[in-house]
Design a protein around this ligand. Structure first.
Ligand code: ACO
Length: 429
């Protein structure tokens, strides 16, 4: 018998089973149900995985009730205030904060993998100019396996780490190339003299005809947003990366699948949906009407950027982004009526019985779009910004899974279709 267990009894057969309790370093105790089918003959039913842990992980911890988020034990608030995106990337990948020389080596490594194969630009040019950038990202990142897969030995930790670094390094280059294709601008190349976010902004906005100075405000805020979006344990896109990775598929294919999962408006696509929603509401005077729509069960409208599967309290990332949105608008000396609208929406929702009882609070995506908009990022690129940052989480989780013997992810089902019947020839139907 394990140290702690829960005994369940099947009232039909009278058989009992001891289910061992798995306790992590923090978080809810979890029952191991692996022996259930072979012992009692039952599977478990949990659509949406609301009560199911799919893996053991040492990377990110969330306490949704208390609004806590930590990467490798470090509170997100401290990392947001004191760290940088690449330092956080190192932390997520390796488990520890780097020393100065480790950080310098890591930054150097990432910087020297930012270029993409020139043929990739040919691939991008095949897309129609108005293709959604997330569709392009999924296709282009998937295609990286055609460029880098052959020489990769997945059983070699160095090869795996190289693939992880490549993806972190190349994602901004690919994102900017997709944007430039849409704009009809010539290709831009990464600049090794600039840091990660500066180089990304340079590739996004520089044109050959003019000198472009990267805004320090923009580079700093992007770094912050990337830190906040870097990982979030077993969310839908990360679980997708792990599931695809569990088949032995290469990491580029796994991350491409993660990008597709992120695109959905219930997940990372919410940042784009928030801006669309704020435009649709249009004016503070119409907020009440939209709150009522969100509460109406017969109306499919949902308040985008509100609610979260895990957080039943204020999303700690949302508080940081809200403050940053204020600061950015102030530093840029601009105002945005959408900010007033968002704040009014938040104020009314947080006082409303419906949102209070369902514990619906602003999530990470509620204010991020206002910052992206202020910094000149087009709405269709918002989720791409999320994908650049989340790549660090995806590859860290993929590496962790590769280091642990993991069976292929293969859920079961409750079959509710027709029982056995005989084929009816076409002429008799
Ligand atoms: N507006 C109005 N009602 C909502 C909202 C919302 N944004 N979110 C949840 N609810 C209601 C649901 O209708 C449901 O009501 P019911 O119990 O009467 O049926 C209840 O709150 C619980 O909602 P579920 O959808 O069951 O919760 P779930 O955990 O499955 O979904 C999700 C979480 C998908 C994030 C949901 O809150 C949502 O759709 N939010 C809007 C989209 C969004 O902002 N997504 C970004 C999430 S953060 C991220 O992925 C980066």
């Amino acid at each position: 018998m394990s140290e702690q267990c829960v005994i369940i009894t099947d009232e039909n057969s009278g058989n009992t089973l001891e289910l061992p309790v798995i306790s992590g370093t923090e978080g809810e105790p979890t029952l191991s149900i692996k022996a259930l089918p072979s012992t009692l003959g039952y599977f478990t039913y949990d659509p949406g995985f609301t009560a199911t842990a799919s893996c053991t992980s040492k990377i990110t911890y969330i306490d949704g009730g208390k609004g806590i988020l930590r990467y490798r034990g470090y509170p997100i608030e401290q990392l947001a205030e004191k760290s940088t995106f690449l330092e956080v990337a190192y932390l997520l990948l390796s488990g520890e904060l780097p020393t100065s020389s480790e950080l310098a080596d890591f930054q150097d490594d990432i910087t020297h993998h930012t270029m993409v194969h020139e043929k990739l630009n040919t691939f991008i040019s095949g897309f129609h100019y108005d293709a959604h950038p997330m569709a392009m990202m999924a296709g282009v990142v998937g295609s990286l396996s055609a460029f880098y897969h052959d020489k990769m030995d997945m059983s070699d930790p160095e090869h795996r780490m190289l693939a992880a670094k490549r993806m972190i390094a190349k994602m901004p280059t690919i994102a900017a190339a997709c944007y430039r294709h849409h704009m009809g601008w010539p290709a831009a190349y990464p600049k090794n003299s600039l840091n990660y976010t500066e180089s990304f902004l340079d590739m996004m906005f520089s044109v050959p005809t003019e000198k472009y100075e990267v805004s320090t405000v923009a580079a700093r805020v992007f770094d912050l947003l990337f830190i906040l979006h870097a990982d979030h344990e077993q969310n839908a896109s990360t679980s997708t990366v792990r599931l695809v990775g569990s088949t032995g598929a290469n990491p580029y294919a796994s991350v491409a699948a993660g990008i597709s999962a992120l695109w959905g408006p219930a997940h990372g696509g919410a940042n784009e949906a928030v801006l669309t929603m704020l435009h649709e509401i249009g004016d503070v005077s119409r907020v009440g009407k939209y709150i009522e729509k969100a509460k109406d069960k017969d109306d499919p409208f949902r308040l985008m950027g509100f609610g979260h599967r895990v957080y039943k309290n204020y999303d700690p990332r949302a508080s940081i982004i809200r403050k940053a949105a204020y600061e950015v608008l102030e530093e840029l000396g601009t105002t945005d009526p959408l900010m007033d609208l968002a704040m009014e929406l938040e104020r009314i929702a947080l006082e409303d019985e419906y949102f209070i009882t369902k514990k619906l609070y602003p999530n990470v995506d509620f204010y991020s779009g206002i910052i992206y908009k202020a910094l000149g990022i087009p709405v269709s690129m918002f989720t791409v910004m999320f994908a650049i940052a989340r790549t660090v989480g995806w590859v860290s989780q993929w590496l962790e899974q590769e280091e642990t013997p993991t069976p292929i992810g293969r859920p079961r089902q409750v079959y509710a279709g027709a029982t056995e019947r005989d084929y009816v020839p076409l002429e008799s139907r």
